[in-house]
Design a protein around this ligand. Structure first.
Ligand code: HEC
Ligand code: HEC
Length: 300
């Protein structure tokens, strides 16, 4: 009996040591992942800053608000005490802003390639979605960004992940940390179909708005990048959307209240940012989503 207990003790002890060692390895891996550098040479294109370009670019800034804040003043969009904090920086010329010395190439490098001027990879910044934007649309967006009024807002602290957060990161639970790893950096910019309430333009808007980063590549739902979130619903006609009219979809995107009476949580489904894209863009998205084959709902 004593011998058996002794062996159980030894096995449990070994397991504990293994778990601690595995923990150290995973935390070390996460620390290295959070310091990744990239050397890329962005293709420069001229950013026209005339007032028409600035006016056209205003729309696209709504794609940034979900993380960078309503006025792009910086926002800790991921802030979970047990997992960590990630801050998307202040993009205005105000106090705490990081884009003071930015040239057009710096903007292009950050938005299209997900890389900071010093070569740091930008964590979570969804450049792989923005990569599909046309040259003209990115150029207009940059023209608008350069006119942002200053908002004073300092970073609340350095980005960090707790030990649990690091283990989730290094085991791939948050998905790919850097868009820069998923982009073919030599690919030319995308092309945009004519804007209008068409399925074709909707496909473009859905692509660059990052709906797939949460609703999954097939848009049939599944796990959210933030493990605290409710499961992400199916937005092909196989889900509730199959029964919605265009007005139902617009109302859902504007108020967060679905025809089924559910109030969407703006912390996990950033509808307030998307609502500001405008009716034409939302209608186009609806046309596109409605045109998809009805996919079975994914809950994984
Ligand atoms: C899903 C969240 C998310 C969205 C949406 C997003 N960003 Fe970011 N962005 C980040 C994070 C996080 C960082 C900081 C990453 C880091 O510190 O590693 C960042 C960094 C940046 C930087 C680099 C600033 C610096 O430190 O030099 C720029 C520029 C930028 N974003 C522009 C934009 C623009 C323009 C848009 C919209 C077209 C946008 N971002 C949309 C999350 C986001
Ligand atoms: C950051 C993650 C995220 C992004 C990006 C995102 N969604 Fe969502 N979406 C969610 C989550 C999570 C829910 C469910 C929220 C809840 O249950 O409170 C949701 C719910 C919805 C619903 C309600 C579906 C139903 O059956 O009730 C629609 C419609 C929707 N999203 C459309 C979109 C569209 C269109 C885009 C892109 C423009 C988009 N979402 C981008 C996370 C996201």
């Amino acid at each position: 009996m004593k011998k058996v207990l002794k062996w159980i003790g030894i096995i449990l002890g070994c397991l504990l040591v293994l778990i601690v060692v595995a923990g150290f390895i995973l935390v070390g891996k996460a620390d290295r992942m959070m310091k990744q550098k990239f050397t890329i040479s962005p293709t420069y294109f001229t950013v026209d800053s005339d007032s028409a370009s600035v006016a056209r670019g205003k729309k696209f800034v709504n794609l940034c608000k979900e993380c960078h804040g309503k006025q792009l003043e910086g926002y800790a969009f991921f802030n979970e005490a047990d997992l960590g904090m990630l801050y998307a920086p202040n993009l205005t010329p105000g106090k705490g802003g990081v884009v003071a010395g930015y040239t057009d190439v710096d903007w292009i490098r950050a938005i299209r390639h997900g890389v900071r001027p010093n070569g740091d990879g930008l964590m979570i910044m969804p450049s792989k979605d923005f990569y599909a934007m046309s040259k003209d649309d990115i150029s207009d967006l940059i023209a608008y960004l350069k006119t942002l009024p200053p908002v004073d807002h300092e970073k609340p602290g350095d980005n960090y992940l707790t030990t649990l957060g690091k283990i989730l990161l290094s085991t791939g639970q948050f998905g790919e940390l850097y868009s820069a790893n998923e982009i073919d950096h030599s690919k030319p910019a995308g092309t945009a179909p004519a804007s209008g309430a068409t399925a074709q333009y909707g496909e473009y808007m859905v692509q660059i708005s990052g709906c797939r980063s949460c609703h999954q590549p097939e848009l049939n739902g599944g796990k959210h990048p933030n493990p605290k979130s409710p499961i992400v619903p199916n937005i092909t006609p196989g889900g509730n959307l199959g029964k919605w009219s265009e007005q139902d979809f617009l109302a859902t995107m504007k108020t967060g209240k679905t025809p089924e009476g559910k109030q969407l949580d703006p912390h996990f489904m950033p509808y307030t940012a998307f609502a500001d894209l405008g009716d034409e863009e939302l209608s186009a998205m609806y046309m596109y989503l409605k045109s998809l084959p009805a996919k079975e709902t994914n809950t994984k």
